[in-house]
Structures are given as C-alpha cells and as structure tokens.
Ligand binder design. Structure first.
Ligand code: 13P
Ligand code: SF4
Length: 327
C-alpha cells in the first residue's frame, strides 16, 4: 500500500480532520480536507466538529486553533516554526515597549497589534495590553480599529506588513531602532521580516515588465514596501488566488509569494517573481510520511506533536485573537 493509500484509510478509520496551508508541498496539500490562508484555517479548524485536528503548516497556525478551541486535540506532523514568528519572543517584545517608553511614549499610549505569525506567548503579551491580532487579509481593518484608541500602534513582528499598511493608509511609520523618533510615527514596527518574501526585488519587477509588457505583478504584503508599491495587486494568499482566478487565461502574471502556491496557481502564463526558488523552509518540512505517522500515533492513542499551551497564556492570547474576530 502506498503512503497516500495508508493516509486515506487511516482518515476513514479515525475521527480526524486534516487542514493545510497553501504553502505546503503538493503531496501533503492534496491530502487535506480543508485548505486556506491563516485566517480561514484558524476559523474553519476551530469550529470543526472532529475532536482531532492535524494541522499541516507552521507552529503559530496550530497554536491559533488551540487558543480558539482549547478542548480540541491539535497535532502537527512537524512542529516547524515560522522563521518570522521566531524573530520575536516575550523578552524582545518587552524590550521594544521599554525602548518606546524611553523615547517618551507612555505604555498606556501604546496599542499593540501582532501579526498572527507570532507565538502564543507574544499574542498573550499583546492581549494583556488590550491589543489585537491581525492576519495579512485583515491587517488594514484591524489597524484602523486599533487607531481609534488614539494611541500609537506597536506592530510586531513584520516590519514590511506594518510599513505597507501605513503607506496604504497615508500614515507615518518607523522601525524601532532605525534612528527615527517613534513619537513622529503612527505605526511603530518591530524589526522583523520574512526571509522568503525578502527575495522579491524591484529588479525582478523591472525584468518581467520589460520581458512581457502588460504583465501583472502580484505580491504578498510581507514583501518589501518598494516592491509592493510597484505591484498591480497586493494581498494575502487567498486574496492572490482569487485575484488570479478572475484574470483571463491569456493574461500573464508574475507572483511574489511562496513557490508551492505559485506553482499550482495556473498551468500557463504564471511566473515566479524571482530568479531563485522562493521556498519556505519550515513549511516544506512537512512530508507525507510525517502526516501518515501522525495519523498512526492517533490510532495508538499517543497523539504525536500535540500542541499544548498553558491556560494563562491561552486566556490572554485568546483576548487578542478574539478582538480580531469581533471586528
Ligand atoms: P496568509 O495569511 O496570507 O496565508 O500568509 C501566511 C504566511 O505565512 C505568509 O508568509
Ligand atoms: Fe513564516 Fe515567511 Fe514561511 Fe510565511 S513564508 S511561514 S512568514 S517564514
């Protein structure tokens, strides 16, 4: 029996749902009951009726489901940690708040917003300060709401997403430690980024525009601000898929996001906006064998790589996540 057949058989036998992010390898992606972007996956998985969930993605995604649905058993074939989420922990977060305080901004005047690509512990810190979680598909709406508090936004950990939203909304932004006075900025960004989305450069856009006049450039908001500024469309993974689906088949498009997703978008007239292969190393850790082994562990009652979060952390992280869902 092939691994694929084993997985199908085990799935029928066990009370389990498998979800996968768009960046997963095809072989894993094709085994999922539901696929989506970070927001869609968190929403779907937390409401799903099965007691067991296997999340094919990166650590913060599985954690988000556990925060929202603590009674559910959430397992990951690999506990692969998003490199951007790893750039911030509770100590770094507190240090950044302190830096702002030393610059003359009172803690009470800071409204934190964390990108969902962060650990449960960082989300909890944000929750304690009355802040919000956002995803790439709703960052603008959440920041708009957060600004209604009249406070300055501390946006963690992705400086590119924070800067891109600021440009889009005509607001001033800075990055902690960049030499600018944070008191002059509306959105103060933590100095984190996604190494995969940093690969897309202005030269890549120039190259494709020259080679195929009329080509459309589509990027994810984790790309550098100068790259997003020159793009025809900027959106989350789901928004990119929807945008491209609605284009006429003959329309050429170059896409700046993870390779696995771009590769399955369309058969023709779709290009990766880079001369190198933009693969997310941690998303690509999950293999078909790992998925099969996780299912086997459920059958044995062992529940491999189960996500556990302390109740205190979960409670505060839930506050930040729930504020997003309430909007
Ligand atoms: P989406 O929320 O757009 O799926 O993005 C998640 C991510 O990690 C992008 O790098
Ligand atoms: Fe994290 Fe970047 Fe991978 Fe997305 S592509 S999971 S932000 S490292």
């Amino acid at each position: 029996m092939s691994i694929k057949e084993e997985i199908i058989e085990l799935k029928e036998e066990l009370e389990v749902t498998i979800v996968a992010h768009f960046y997963q390898k095809d072989e894993v992606f094709n085994m999922a009951d539901f696929t989506g972007d970070s927001l869609e996956l968190a929403k779907f998985a937390s409401k799903d009726k099965n007691p067991n969930l296997i999340f094919c993605g990166v650590g913060f995604m599985g954690q988000s489901v556990k925060i929202l649905a603590p009674k559910k058993r959430v397992m990951m074939p690999r506990i692969a940690c998003c490199a951007m989420a790893k750039m911030i922990d509770v100590d770094y977060y507190r240090q950044n708040v302190q830096i702002l305080e030393q610059s003359g901004i009172n803690k009470e005047d800071i409204m934190p917003v964390t990108y969902i690509n962060s650990s449960a512990e960082v989300k909890a810190e944000v929750g304690k300060m009355g802040g919000y979680v956002c995803t790439s598909s709703n960052a603008k709406i959440i920041i708009k709401r957060a600004l209604q508090s009249g406070k300055k936004i501390l946006f963690v950990p992705d400086k590119c997403l924070g800067q891109n939203i600021a440009i889009d909304m005509g607001l001033k932004s800075c990055v902690v430690g960049d030499g600018n006075d944070p008191r002059d900025a509306d959105i103060i960004c933590y100095n984190g980024f996604c190494s995969v989305h940093q690969l897309f450069e202005l030269e890549d856009i120039e190259f494709y525009r020259k080679k195929f006049p009329g080509i459309l450039i589509v990027t994810h908001p984790e790309c550098k601000p100068e790259v997003c500024a020159k793009s025809d469309f900027v959106g989350s993974t789901s928004q990119i898929i929807k945008y491209i689906k609605e284009l006429p088949l003959e329309q050429k498009v170059a896409v700046g996001t993870e390779y696995n997703m771009v590769n399955r978008l369309r058969e023709k007239n779709t290009y990766v906006l880079s001369s190198t292969k933009p693969e997310c190393p941690t998303m690509n850790e999950t293999r078909l064998e790992d998925l099969r082994d996780t299912l086997l562990s459920i059958k044995r009652g062992e529940y491999a790589n189960e996500i556990n979060i302390s109740e205190e952390t979960r409670r505060y992280a839930f506050e930040a996540l729930n504020r997003m869902f309430e909007i």
